[in-house]
Design a protein. Structure first.
Length: 384
């Protein structure tokens, strides 16, 4: 019983919860942090920094986007959410101890879990960026700092601190805006999008035996084709590559879908998109099938679904690839110059810059070389 009279039991529970948070994000919902990274483009430039901090809450937004750029890897996402949970709990616990020193330790500990659990649940809404999470942590930190001062000095510090915290962490309403129809996708689409991005063909087949989304259904069919199992699935085994793309069509009555008509060798494809994830699935499928113009157009479509009108590092990466394939090297250089200012795309961008400066080296990239040969034999009509 002496153990529970100390603070060690609290640390043990927090450690156990931290493990639970890590496993939750890594094993159950790894695709949600990845979608957050997909829906933004963090740049290490003065202009990008200035653009963020000149608005109330811009600093929180800048820091949130700095963290979210690491979510390109599901492990990084799980680690980041675990750290956020622990920091929020520790700050909440300290602030409660400062505000209510006579409250029973057990009650105070339970209350200290309210904020981190709320942030945990908030993380399940992928359309809301990390701005709010960072803002809450900044407010908790400011509260702890004020309460640490002697009571005679708190009033003098409180008013300027409120103004400073509002400017640093105040609500950036534009950043929280989520317009009707601009959705990130269903959990099924987000999970399939991650697996498709990783090339996990067998896992796609296993996870989605009866897909609800037309985009996911097409990804399953392509997975059967990639694994040499075409004909063993319940889906239509006789689908050609052209018919495969046509299966990306979603019902026209679906709210928020946007229509595009594509042309490949005088064959028209009508594709409706209902979410960011389904648009990226369409782009990856088209890219795998050497349909460069569709892959490029759907990358643009995907960025249009980002709620706060951010750009996407993943989409720009696809635009670099498609412009290299189509031989538009000057356009590719424009996107490469942007990606070189990122953290996780910069190394790849530098390799692509060498490629666009020396196009003869494309033979060293088998997929790009094959796609370019296919493109040369295709009528290039971007969209009609």
């Amino acid at each position: 019983m002496s153990f529970f009279k100390t603070t060690y039991w609290q640390y043990c529970i927090v450690a156990a919860l931290a493990v639970a948070v890590f496993c939750y994000w890594l094993l159950l919902f790894p695709y949600i942090p990845v979608v957050r990274e997909t829906s933004q483009l963090f740049l290490w430039t003065g202009d990008y920094f200035t653009e963020r901090i000149v608005t109330p809450g811009g600093t929180a937004r800048y820091l949130g986007e700095m963290i979210a750029q690491c979510f390109i890897n599901p492990v990084n996402g799980a680690i980041a959410y675990t750290i956020i949970f622990v920091i929020a709990q520790l700050l909440s616990s300290r602030l409660l101890r400062q505000l209510f020193p006579t409250m029973k330790t057990a009650y105070r500990f339970m209350l200290s879990l309210v904020v981190p659990v709320a942030l945990w649940l908030l993380g399940m809404v992928p359309s809301i960026p990390l701005t709010l999470t960072v803002a809450v942590i900044m407010v908790l930190g400011a509260g702890c700092a004020i309460m640490a001062l002697p009571s005679s000095k708190r009033l003098w510090v409180l008013l300027p601190t409120i103004a400073a915290v509002y400017w640093l962490a105040g609500t950036d309403f534009y950043d929280y805006d989520e317009e009707v129809g601009k959705e990130m996708g269903t959990y099924e689409e987000m999970e399939c999008d991650l697996l498709l991005r990783q090339g996990e063909w067998h896992e796609i087949i296993r996870r989605f035996p009866q897909p609800e989304s037309p985009a996911v259904r097409s990804a399953v069919i392509l997975a059967y084709h990639k694994t040499g199992q075409m004909g063993k699935q319940d889906c239509n085994a006789t689908l050609s590559k052209r018919e495969l793309m046509q299966n990306l069509v979603v019902p026209s009555e679906q709210q928020g879908s946007s229509l595009s008509v594509f042309n490949i060798s005088d064959t028209h494809f009508v594709v409706n998109f209902g979410s960011l994830s389904s648009a990226f699935i369409a782009s990856d499928l088209a890219y795998q099938l050497y349909w460069t113009n569709i892959a490029q157009r759907t990358a643009f479509e995907a960025m249009e679904f980002i709620p706060n009108y951010n750009k996407s590092g993943r989409a720009l990466k696809r635009l670099v690839e498609t412009n290299i394939i189509s031989g538009h090297y000057d356009v590719a250089r424009k996107y490469i110059a942007i990606l070189e200012k990122t953290t996780f795309y910069s190394g790849w961008a530098r390799k692509m810059r060498q490629l666009v400066d020396h196009p003869e080296q494309i033979v060293n990239y088998p997929f790009l070389h094959s796609a370019q040969k296919e493109y040369e034999n295709t009528t290039d009509i971007f969209f009609i």
